[in-house]
Design a protein around this ligand. Structure first.
Ligand code: PLP
Length: 406
């Protein structure tokens, strides 16, 4: 309660911003994941890996826009690309060279993507991938996992009531080989797709057991179901995403977040024989339109992002930095009696409280770390961005030590 009161006293501008928003949006909110009690911060600007809220407090940004903000806030090559496209003209009602160039680079990176199509969000990419799998296989059933998050309309086992689109879902426990075998034994011929995150992001940064992923790969191959990896978050784990790191190639992959260079983005792709169903010259072609699928700002920003920032070397370094940071955090937590622990993969991780007071404990840590000048999600999510260096991670670890001591 003391930490909560201190937060309220410290952030009058954010409180006022929420009050204003409440008049025109339910609870002042248009993005459920940003909500935290008593009210979330309202942020006015960002520079590199720093943000400043409307009350003038500076924070080191360890949330990185829930992984989409991998570039930090003022990446010059992205600003240059967006300014150039704006000068050339946007909304030209046509194909442009940017989209093929971006597709070429993505197809070259992801082992599973021979062909791809663009969409406007990770949610849309997943909806399209599932629809594709059902049309191509002619089967109704979709296997997903408890704790899975594939977008606001594809959410399984989180706190809020879901508004899921009506696919014929089978929701299995995550990382459970027995449940997967049983599902395929009972329903194999009906299964169109298995949709899985190689690490559940919103589900608490739980990495998939590689043996279970391999089992799902084998079961899909045996039965003709399509294995779809949702790499909307995990694509940053290497040049070719988590699939390249794990050495497991799905039939289809969905991506989103950072490949639009900080703008709204989604894409779904896979084997050529699957994706070719969208070829409009086919008499039985599947249609997939979307005004902004290939919008020039996103395509050009994505291209600049891949060429300037998301290089294989930079992604490998970010992965290593994340692994080291998570280990250092866990060492601090263990030394303080295991009040918290951190799960994750590479640069994406989640702090969890432990024990019967886990949720309260995490909330208190979050309040105290914010007062120390470090910003991450109230639910414990941290996503390192490229501009975060040793000064920022060391500073975070020092602040954690102070908070734990207090
Ligand atoms: N899939 C995963 C694994 C995600 O983490 C998210 C977003 O957090 C999505 C899909 C949905 O992407 P978007 O928010 O762009 O619709």
């Amino acid at each position: 309660d003391a930490a909560r009161s201190a937060y309220v006293a410290r952030n009058p501008g954010s409180a006022a911003a929420l009050e204003r928003a409440r008049r025109v949006m339910p609870g002042g909110n248009t993005r459920t994941s940003l909500w935290s009690d008593p009210f979330p911060l309202s942020v006015a600007s960002g520079q590199g890996c720093h943000i400043r809220d409307v009350d003038g407090h500076d924070y080191v940004d360890f949330l990185g826009e829930f992984t989409a903000g991998i570039f930090g806030h003022t990446a010059p090559a992205l600003a240059e690309a967006m300014a150039r496209v704006h000068a050339e003209g946007i909304n030209l009602s046509s194909h442009t060279p940017y989209e093929a160039a971006l597709a070429e680079r993505l197809v070259a990176r992801f082992p599973s993507m021979e062909l791809l199509r663009f969409a406007n969000s990770g949610t849309e990419a997943n909806l399209m991938a599932l629809t594709t799998a059902r049309l191509v296989t002619g089967r109704p059933r979709v296997v997903v996992f408890q704790g899975g998050y594939h977008g606001g309309v594809l959410t399984f086992g989180h706190g809020n009531a879901p508004v899921n689109v009506p696919f014929d879902f089978a929701v299995l426990p995550y990382n459970d080989a027995g449940a997967a075998r049983a599902e395929f034994a009972a329903h194999g011929p009906e299964i169109a797709a298995v949709l899985i995150e190689p690490m559940q992001g919103a589900g608490g940064c739980r990495a998939a057991d590689p043996q279970v992923l391999q089992l799902l790969r084998d079961l899909c191959t045996e039965t003709g179901a399509l294995l779809i990896f949702d790499e909307v978050q995990t694509a940053r784990m290497s040049e070719g995403g988590a699939q390249a790191r794990l050495g497991i190639t799905p039939d289809m992959t969905t991506i989103g977040k950072f490949f639009g260079g900080g703008l709204a983005f989604g894409a779904f792709g896979g084997r050529a024989d699957i994706m070719n169903h969208f070829d409009p010259t086919r008499p039985d072609a599947i249609g997939h339109a979307g005004t902004f699928n290939n919008n020039r700002l996103t395509m050009a920003a994505g291209l600049a992002a891949l060429d300037h920032y998301l290089t294989p070397k930079a992604l490998d370094a970010l992965f290593a930095r994340g692994e080291a940071f998570r280990a250092a955090l866990n060492a601090r937590f263990d030394a303080a009696g295991g009040l918290f622990h951190v799960t994750g993969m590479g640069s994406i991780m989640n702090i969890h409280g432990t024990g019967p007071e886990a949720a309260k404990r995490l909330r208190l840590l979050h309040f105290r770390m914010q007062a120390e000048g470090y910003y991450f999600a109230a639910r414990g999510l941290i996503a390192l961005s490229l501009p975060i260096g040793a000064a920022e991670t060391d500073g975070f670890l020092d602040a954690i030590e102070r908070v734990l001591a207090a």
